[in-house]
Ligand binder design. Structure first.
Ligand code: GLC
Length: 726
């Protein structure tokens, strides 16, 4: 359809029909929808008529080829003008084949593989009837109390941009319009949802414009620059106004400054939530504020369908503002060819072949092995020798709850558990498997069984963590340690005098007190997805070598939060050469540094960095500096190392972070090998938002860091001798 054809269609639509296009309902409202439709928000009573349903623009949380075909055909029979439904769903890290949670995927530092995972998710979802996925979630996070950190890619703006682009490319592919195995992406949650005060979901966000522009906004922009079709509003306030009713954020910045003319969809119920936020008296005012802010689709509340017509008749809004929203929605339906082919990529037969395909599971396993992070490996206890007798103990030894909170159609009972993977890898006589405790309870009998099993083993492997209800949306915790029963189990096992290897299944950085003291090795497995067990066993036995690096700091304890690597120096930095003993920025009862910093991750081998050199120490706007560093494998295993490059701006017009990640490279080295890794420094990389928000660089002194994480680095200074500007 051409735009004029769409406009002709709109001319035929009544005002009520146009307004209903802005309504998104969950599956149960539609005939033919099975109960399995995913309900991912509060189901309040809604004044929705059959007329509203007949004219609704989109549905969320429904998939399955037969079901989508049924709902779409019923809808087309009832819709006067034959306007098809858009089917949207949360396909965040997999549809049926579940990949590690995004915070884990980020630890792979492998955007190509991340893109591949999104491609597969799109393929499985599209053949099952999904047109739009509510992903990628690119909210920058610094507070592990927040349940949704598992859904983000971490604390660094540059890395979040890299993954935002990779996920959009994976979901949408190179030709969304003509590739029915792709899905439109919806970047979320705009904006700065990850900065909720006290790490409590839906809580107030109050950031300076500088923090927003420098750290929180770039990843959304990166997704849109990559062609992302849709944006979802955040539940939170931004500078005192809820995002969903925030004209400055949505009209001035997103649409005018950034030029985004795609669909803006509210999060679940977020339009009506303008009332409890205290910026709308009632549904009518909520509708007014949201439509004026440019929100095109109202998800799962009925303020628009109840009040927009009235607001037009009262002259509060022009019909044109509704037409603007309807045009965007019909334009996306047209781009996806839904008017010609309402069932787009849906195919009942193909669905059976594609969804959950073995090749997809293989990619999930590969990504899981690259997403795990080795946090500790004393005495090189890992990798394990196959002749060891193993006691496999803990609430996660045979748990399928390793898919994470946004696991779409992934089935826990189909996930490969640690127990299943071990039983495939070792003779049963070498294995002694006991639960030891539940996630949040323990009995004396369980404890006795566990200690008994441990006493006869050569090595104890403990599988502990958070169940997925303790993570994800509304899964916030003030205590970010493992639940006490699991710590009790670990402490008791430590009395057996055997090496302990702890596997963590969790969705957030944890306070690892009570784990570090008793573990000889710790492997952070996150929620590793459908093939989690087999990926972990491959790592434990050296079939795969750990290479993951943290993208979110692990605090010493929750009192340090927020703790992140790209912090400012303050006027009284601890550890400065002339620092006072007491009057510096420090704690009396804890260090400033996190337990494990951004970029941290061990291998079975060891890497040594040397000879960081620059082709020049003077940079201008027209030149580049090439930096080289030698990385050697000085251990006895082949390993993959993610070489990280950071830059520090020593003097800015505003305070500047101690380090900022600018690039990274993954290299694989055989024992004894050395590789020279190159990084090109340009003036553009030195630009930042000045006091007046102009985005430019300053002449002056900088330091380049190269290393294996954000703390263990080599450094070399250089100068920028001419100023650039955007
Ligand atoms: C939820 C989430 C959002 C999700 C939406 C639809 O409340 O905040 O990320 O896409 O509702 O399920």
């Amino acid at each position: 359809m051409t735009t004029s054809t769409i406009q002709n269609l709109m001319k035929q639509m009544t005002l009520d029909e146009k307004i209903a296009q802005l309504l998104q309902l969950a599956g149960p409202f539609f005939k033919g929808s099975s109960e399995q439709g995913h309900i991912t928000g509060p189901m309040a009573a809604m004044p929705i008529s059959d007329e509203h349903i007949k004219n609704a623009g989109s549905v969320l949380g429904v998939s399955g080829a037969a079901e989508v075909i049924s709902i779409q055909s019923t809808h087309l029979e009832n819709n006067r003008l034959g306007i098809p439904l858009l089917f949207m769903a949360d396909i965040v890290h997999g549809y049926k084949t579940i990949f590690p949670v995004p915070l884990a995927i980020a630890c792979s530092w492998d955007p190509e593989l991340a893109q591949k995972s999104a491609e597969i998710a799109a393929k499985e979802a599209a053949v099952s009837g999904v047109h739009v996925t509510f992903a990628p979630m690119v909210d920058l996070v610094r507070d592990p109390r927040w349940g949704r950190v598992m859904e983000s890619t971490g604390e660094d703006s540059y890395l979040n941009q890299v993954f935002a682009k990779a996920f959009v490319r994976g979901f949408q592919g190179p030709d969304l319009a003509n590739d029915p195995q792709s899905v439109a992406a919806c970047v979320k949650h705009f904006a700065a949802y990850g900065a909720a005060e006290a790490g409590r979901d839906y809580n107030t966000v109050d950031l300076s414009e500088r923090q927003l522009r420098e750290f929180y906004l770039p990843a959304y922009k990166a997704a849109l620059n990559e062609g992302c079709e849709m944006v979802m509003t955040a539940f939170n306030t931004v500078d005192g106004i809820p995002a969903t009713g925030n004209e400055k954020l949505m009209r001035s910045l997103l649409r005018d400054e950034w030029g985004f003319d795609g669909i803006l969809i509210s999060d679940w119920g977020a339009v009506k939530e303008l009332i409890p936020h205290g910026v709308a008296e009632d549904d009518k005012e909520a509708a007014l504020k949201a439509i004026k802010a440019g929100v095109d689709i109202e998800m799962m509340t009925a303020c628009y369908v109840q009040h927009l017509a009235e607001l037009v008749s009262e002259g509060e809004i022009e019909e044109a503002i509704i037409d603007e929203a309807v045009l965007r929605i019909l334009t996306l339906k047209d781009k996806l060819r839904l008017f010609e082919k309402p069932n787009r990529g849906v195919d009942v037969e193909l669905e059976q072949q594609v969804v959950g395909h073995q090749d997809h599971l293989q990619v999930s396993k590969e990504l899981a092995t690259k997403s795990c992070v080795l946090l500790k490996n004393d005495h090189h206890i890992l990798p394990l020798n196959k002749n060891k007798n193993i006691a496999l103990i803990g609430p996660f030894v045979d748990s399928g709850d390793i898919l994470g909170p946004w696991s779409a159609l992934g089935l826990k009972e189909e996930a490969v558990t640690l127990k299943q993977a071990f039983e495939k890898h070792l003779p049963i006589e070498q294995l002694n498997i006991v639960t030891g405790c539940h996630v949040e309870t323990i009995s004396s009998q369980q404890l006795e069984e566990a200690v008994h099993a441990a006493s006869s083993a050569d090595v104890i492997i403990v599988a502990v963590g958070e169940d997925s209800e303790m993570s994800g949306e509304a899964g916030c915790r003030t205590n970010i340690q493992l639940p006490a029963p699991q710590l009790e189990l670990l402490k008791a096992l430590a009395t057996c005098g055997k090496p302990i290897i702890t596997i963590l299944f969790n969705g957030r950085p944890l306070d690892l007190h009570g784990v570090l003291e008793y573990s000889d090795a710790i492997l952070e497995a996150w929620y590793p997805g459908s093939e989690g067990g087999s990926a972990i066993v491959d790592l434990l036995y050296g079939i795969a070598i750990p290479s993951g690096k943290l993208t979110m700091s692990f605090p010493v304890n929750v009192g340090q939060v927020p703790v992140y690597y790209n912090h400012f120096n303050t006027g009284r930095p601890k550890g400065a050469p002339d620092a006072q003993e007491r009057y510096v920025s420090q704690y009396l009862d804890a260090p400033n540094d996190p337990m494990f910093p951004f970029g941290f991750g061990l291998s079975y081998t060891q890497f040594s960095y040397s000879d960081l050199e620059l082709t020049s120490t003077q940079l201008t706007t027209d030149t580049e500096i090439t930096a080289t560093v030698n990385v050697s494998n000085v251990g006895s295993f082949t390993g993959e190392e993610i070489v990280q490059f950071y830059i520090q701006d020593l003097v800015g017009e505003v305070v500047r972070p101690m380090k900022e990640l600018k690039s990274f490279q993954s290299i694989t080295l055989e024992p004894g090998d050395t590789k020279q890794v190159t990084f090109t420094i340009t003036e553009q990389q030195l630009r930042y938002h000045h006091a007046d928000f102009s985005f430019k660089s300053d002449k002056g002194s900088f330091i380049l860091y190269a290393g294996t994480n954000s703390i263990d680095v080599l450094s070399h200074s250089f100068q920028l001798i001419s100023q650039g500007r955007n």
